[in-house]
Design a protein around this ligand. Structure first.
Ligand code: TYM
Length: 332
């Protein structure tokens, strides 16, 4: 079975609905036909200035949510990035074949560093996509399920794999992004042209998967729409309604045309009320499962240790090969 790799940053106390629909749902569905490795990318989170205690807790919370969403540790290796040394080792090697300008063109870096200002941004933010490329190439992943915002990073990853292979001989699989269009960009409920994001200034437009169901329902009911009354999918003219339909369709397993038909002649209030129920119906059991897993941290840590063992075996073989290719003298 082809290898799959993906990861999320432990940058908040909860995943949001965008992470869930854009990534986690795909991860779960792909467990059947692929050989997946799902990583909590804690080293990436060091680019943000987080309290060490909080980061440690969020790392467990993120792993618990993978499992709560349906990742089965018997099928998928689930582990924490820093537990396998190869990620940082390969990132260094890849950074030495990455052009400065190439890295500087990454739009996420440009956005993030603009937010921090020239001196506030750290070098880690700049080299972040190279570490991400290392995550993927270390395991010969053929496919990488992600949301739309990661497309450019995947393009860089492919370029680095091809460049390394042509300079040093066939070493890496060139991975393909796996991006499901319908859910690749879930938008903010208050600002429906911007993606739903952990770093949004106001959290009112964000649905946290671990939030109190009452808060979830309220946020859906107060989603920004438009001044028309017609419920139809029109991304340009009606981004708010389009987003609600997208979420509804993905969670309820009904097509958007079916929903348009069902809500013909009905008001935005009806749509929001029903959608709130659908979302709560998913979030409530998800939250209960995650909390139960967090109640037994020893079991969670055992799953992560097992996942790290499986990942480490692959990573060590790959790293030895990479070092050999580039001319590192093996320790005798
Ligand atoms: P992160 O932690 O920001 O997001 C995790 C996943 O959620 C997707 N996503 C969304 N999908 C749809 N709509 C949204 N509003 C939305 N917001 C986030 C992201 O695309 C991602 O798939 N750099 C990555 C983490 C990473 C990684 C990797 C991913 C590090 N190494 C290797 C894949 C492979 C990131 O910051 O994702």
């Amino acid at each position: 079975r082809p290898r799959l790799f993906s990861g999320m940053q432990p940058t908040s106390d909860s995943l949001h609905l965008g992470n869930y629909l854009g990534a986690l749902v795909q991860w779960v569905a792909m467990q059947e036909q692929f050989d997946p490795i799902y990583c909590v990318v804690d080293l990436h989170s060091l680019t943000l200035d987080t309290d060490p205690k909080v980061l440690r807790q969020r790392t467990r919370v993120t792993a618990a949510q993978y499992l709560a969403g349906g990742i089965d540790p018997a099928r998928s290796a689930v582990f924490v990035q820093s537990h396998v040394a190869g990620h940082s080792q390969l990132a260094w090697v890849l950074s030495c074949i990455t052009g400065f300008g190439e890295a500087a063109r990454m739009t996420q870096f440009k956005d993030k560093s603009a937010r921090h200002g020239q001196d506030g941004a750290n070098v880690g933010l700049f080299t972040y996509p190279i570490l991400m490329a290392a995550d993927i190439l270390l395991y010969d992943a053929a496919k990488v399920p992600v949301g739309e915002d990661q497309r450019q990073h995947l393009e860089l990853t492919r370029n680095l794999a091809q460049r390394f292979n042509s300079r040093f001989g066939q070493t890496f699989v060139v991975p393909e992004p796996y991006i499901v269009k319908a859910t690749a960009k879930i938008t903010d409920l208050q600002e429906p042209t911007a993606k739903m994001s952990k770093s949004a200034e106001s959290q009112n437009g964000v649905i946290d998967m671990l939030a109190d169901p009452k808060v979830v329902a309220k946020r859906i009911r107060s989603a920004v729409t438009d001044t028309e009354r017609e419920i139809r999918f029109d991304e340009e003219a009606k981004p708010g309604i389009a987003n609600l339909l997208r979420i509804y369709s993905a969670l309820a397993g009904e097509s958007i045309p079916e929903l348009e038909e069902r809500y013909a002649g009905k008001g935005y209030g009806d749509l929001k009320k029903d959608l709130a129920e659908v979302v709560v119906g998913v979030v409530e059991p998800f939250r209960a499962r995650a909390l139960a897993l967090l109640d037994d941290p020893a079991e969670l840590d055992r799953i992560l240790a097992d996942g790290a063992d499986r990942a480490r075996q692959l990573a060590e073989v790959k790293m030895a090969r990479v070092y050999d290719r580039v001319g590192i003298l093996a320790p005798q």
